[in-house]
Design a protein around this ligand. Structure first.
Ligand code: DGL
Length: 265
């Protein structure tokens, strides 16, 4: 651990480490690259163990700690937990394990959705684990005076993205069935899982223009930029950085799919 800390302090040109249970965190990686294009990134997707959102808390914690350890060993100078589920389950433990490393998690973007004028009705789409977790309950308690908040666990949704399916008819039917009971009453939707921005277009089509959609990816990227700056760890390079994809599913197709999602409009 000491050794890792010293390496960190020594080189601000080391990559930023980003991970998720699978490929969803690439939606956050894209925001990071927009905010800090000159940084190098290493992205780890734990697709072998996905989904996390239906697993017991202790198992998610164990997997999350293993992922962070892997990224630090690869030379990451800071960590973005690009998974709402892993953040809810383990961010506090990670902060106490690595107090000197810039470490940022993601949580459902409930604040901007709930603070829209007129006491809006907000639908939070997330994994079962996120919705049941203490962190989400605390977040909800903070905004329940400002909005009517409905938590919608979406087991089965991330699997479409993992399979590279972001616009199929089967996916459209799945989302229609999931969302139709709420569409008439809601004013906004929070994408509380990093896989869901990849199916945002279908959600927008189903919900219509009236419903606003919120996602925490950009805020997380800006927070990481702030943390790196504060720690004096922003790169000195000015040319565009590199992105390296790693996955526990050691298959070239998985890396190809990661690149495709990264470049997806
Ligand atoms: N992408 C993850 C999140 O943001 C969850 C997907 C899963 O593994 O269930 O919550």
């Amino acid at each position: 651990m000491e050794e890792i800390k010293q390496n960190l302090a020594a080189d601000r040109n080391q990559p930023v480490g980003v991970f998720d249970s699978g490929l969803g965190g690439i939606s956050v990686l894209r925001e990071l690259y927009k905010v800090m294009p000159e940084e190098n990134y290493i992205y780890f997707g734990d697709s072998v163990n996905a989904p996390y959102g239906t697993k017991p808390l202790e198992e998610i914690r164990r997997l999350t700690i293993t992922n962070v350890d892997f990224l630090l060993r690869q030379g990451a100078k800071g960590i973005v937990v690009a998974c709402n589920t892993a953040t809810a389950a383990a961010v506090r433990i990670l902060r106490s394990m690595y107090p000197d490393i810039p470490l940022v998690g993601i949580e459902p973007a409930l604040k901007p959705a709930a603070l829209q004028p007129g006491h809006p009705t907000v639908l939070v789409m997330a994994t079962p684990m996120t919705i049941e977790g203490e962190k989400y309950k605390a977040l909800m308690a903070r905004y329940e005076q400002k909005a009517d908040i409905i938590g919608l666990p979406c087991p089965g949704l991330m699997e479409f993205v993992e399979a590279g399916n972001t616009q199929g008819e089967d996916l459209k039917r799945f989302l229609e069935e999931l969302l139709s009971p709420y569409l008439r009453e809601i004013d906004s939707i929070v994408l509380g899982c990093t896989h869901y921005p990849f199916v945002r277009r279908i959600i927008e089509e189903l919900a219509g223009e009236r419903v606003r959609i919120f996602d925490g990816g950009n805020g997380t990227a800006r927070e990481m930029c702030r943390r790196l700056t504060e720690a004096g760890l922003r790169t000195s390079r000015t040319e565009p950085g590199t992105v390296k994809f790693e996955n526990s599913l050691v298959k070239e197709e998985e890396i190809e799919l990661s690149r495709t999602l990264f470049q997806k409009k």
